[in-house]
Design a protein around this ligand. Structure first.
Ligand code: CA
Length: 231
């Protein structure tokens, strides 16, 4: 899952990058409103953590501009303690949730996972596909009830595919969402990664649709149609 973190307090931003990274997120950081707006407008994020007090352009204006431009990614706003009008304005402007500073990292992660769950239209916290279960809160994967050890990259790829299981995920999109922006983005490496993942899972739930991308497909369930591909 790829997250845009918008926070101008350096120390807090560093702590957040560490926490989010350890929780399996790929993190991009913006330290002011203008670059935040640009990144959110041009890149594809699964979720955004947006501080409201920012230099150059305040967070509320950034959020309003995104929404006016049709950018619909889920947004969690960070607000100052005691400023309840800010929270109301944020929700009105299209925020999906808020967190009051200072907050516990655990609460931030719980809220982010809840937002992602809602955005995927899921009722439960654990993602399932046939015998495969993935628990994003614990970063645990099991097949038929037996725990499975995956590398961070394998985990991120499986999580992204299972999160988007109602559609076909193009290769370039999967690459974007599992690698940090500075890492190489090689299609060959992705094919090798998917191959390793399939072998480890021991069950063929990841289907390749030549010319389209990958999709989660479970026997007995209706597979997504290629025409449903959107990004
Ligand atoms: Ca701030």
């Amino acid at each position: 899952m790829r997250v845009l973190l918008v926070e101008d307090e350096k120390r807090l931003a560093e702590d957040l990058v560490e926490t989010l990274g350890a929780a399996g997120f790929v993190v991009d950081v913006a330290e002011d409103g203008k670059s935040a707006w640009f990144k959110g407008d041009t890149e594809d994020y699964d979720v955004v953590v947006l501080d409201l007090g920012l230099p150059q352009m305040d967070g509320l204006s950034v959020l309003k501009k995104w929404r006016a431009a049709g950018r619909s990614m889920p947004v969690l706003i960070l607000t100052a303690r005691g400023n309840w009008t800010e929270r109301v304005d944020g929700i009105d402007a299209g925020a999906d949730d808020y967190l009051v500073k200072p907050f516990q990292m655990e609460e931030l992660l719980a809220r982010l996972h809840a937002i992602l769950r809602r955005s995927a239209g899921q009722a439960t916290s654990v993602l399932t596909a046939g015998p495969v279960e993935l628990d994003p809160r614990q970063m645990r994967v099991s097949v038929g009830g037996s725990p499975l050890a995956l590398s961070p990259l394998e985990y991120r790829a499986l999580h992204y595919l299972m999160h988007n299981r109602r559609r076909i995920v193009p290769q370039h999109e999967l690459l974007e969402h599992i690698y940090g922006s500075d890492d190489g983005r090689e299609t060959n490496a992705l094919e090798a990664l998917i191959g390793r993942l399939r072998r480890k899972l021991g069950t063929n739930i990841i289907e390749t649709r030549r010319g389209f991308g990958y999709t989660i497909s479970v026997e007995g369930e209706t597979a997504p149609e290629a025409s449903s591909t959107t990004s």
